[in-house]
Design a protein around this ligand. Structure first.
Ligand code: HEC
Ligand code: HEC
Length: 160
């Protein structure tokens, strides 16, 4: 009986670990993160850069981004209030959930969030400065499928 209970507890622990691992890797696996975007997102938020999938960061960062479109990284990306609300609602309802995505990152950037820095710790500072990369925000330089929300590590190619 005692043995049974011990084994049972081991199983429960293994299952809990598995669930945690699944939720951590959930982000990178949410490839089709741009599905169901409002039409206005596809015209407004993909004209200067790729459409960043809502699952790439948490609600707090999206609120920050969408609350400051008139001063958006040195450009004015403001839109009418109805469009702004439609995009915000979609981003927030599909935002990354969980405590590791709850905090704001500098400038509300995906590329300065903890998970991003961790996933990219093998990329040297020299690589980030290459003309072919320009900016960590330029996901498509290394992730060929970034515009479709594909960040699979097997398809990463760092440009020379
Ligand atoms: C007029 C051009 C323009 C438009 C329109 C625009 N952006 Fe941007 N966006 C930029 C620039 C420039 C940056 C900074 C890029 C860099 O640092 O390399 C940026 C950066 C971002 C970042 C941060 C990327 C990072 O470093 O993690 C997010 C998120 C973002 N934009 C979301 C949006 C959303 C959502 C919309 C639509 C409401 C939008 N953008 C519309 C120009 C634009
Ligand atoms: C300079 C090249 C480069 C740029 C730019 C870049 N990445 Fe990456 N990315 C990588 C490398 C390298 C890895 C790690 C691959 C590995 O672990 O084998 C990675 C891993 C990832 C992963 C994890 C993939 C997985 O399967 O676990 C995600 C998600 C990701 N990047 C998203 C982004 C996003 C979003 C942007 C833009 C805001 C971005 N990356 C910009 C090079 C880049």
């Amino acid at each position: 009986m005692a043995t049974y209970r011990y084994v049972h507890r081991l199983h429960t622990a293994a299952l809990a670990t598995l669930l945690v691992l699944t939720s951590i890797s959930g982000l990178a696996q949410s490839n089709a993160g741009l599905k169901g975007a409002p039409a206005i997102f596809n015209t407004e938020c993909t004209s200067c850069h790729i459409g960043f999938a809502p699952s790439l960061t948490g609600e707090a960062n999206w609120r920050g981004i969408m609350g400051g479109l008139d001063k958006h990284f040195g450009v004015d990306a403001s839109i009418d209030e109805k469009s702004r609300q439609a995009i915000s609602a979609w981003l927030i309802s599909h935002a990354a959930k969980g405590s590791q995505y709850a905090s704001v990152s500098p400038e509300f950037r995906i590329s300065r969030s903890n998970w991003f820095i961790r996933q990219h710790d093998e990329v040297s500072s020299k690589v980030w400065k290459r003309a072919s990369v320009k900016s960590p925000a330029n996901c498509g330089a290394c992730h060929g499928g970034a515009d479709k929300g594909d960040f699979d590590e097997d398809r990463v190619r760092i440009p020379s």
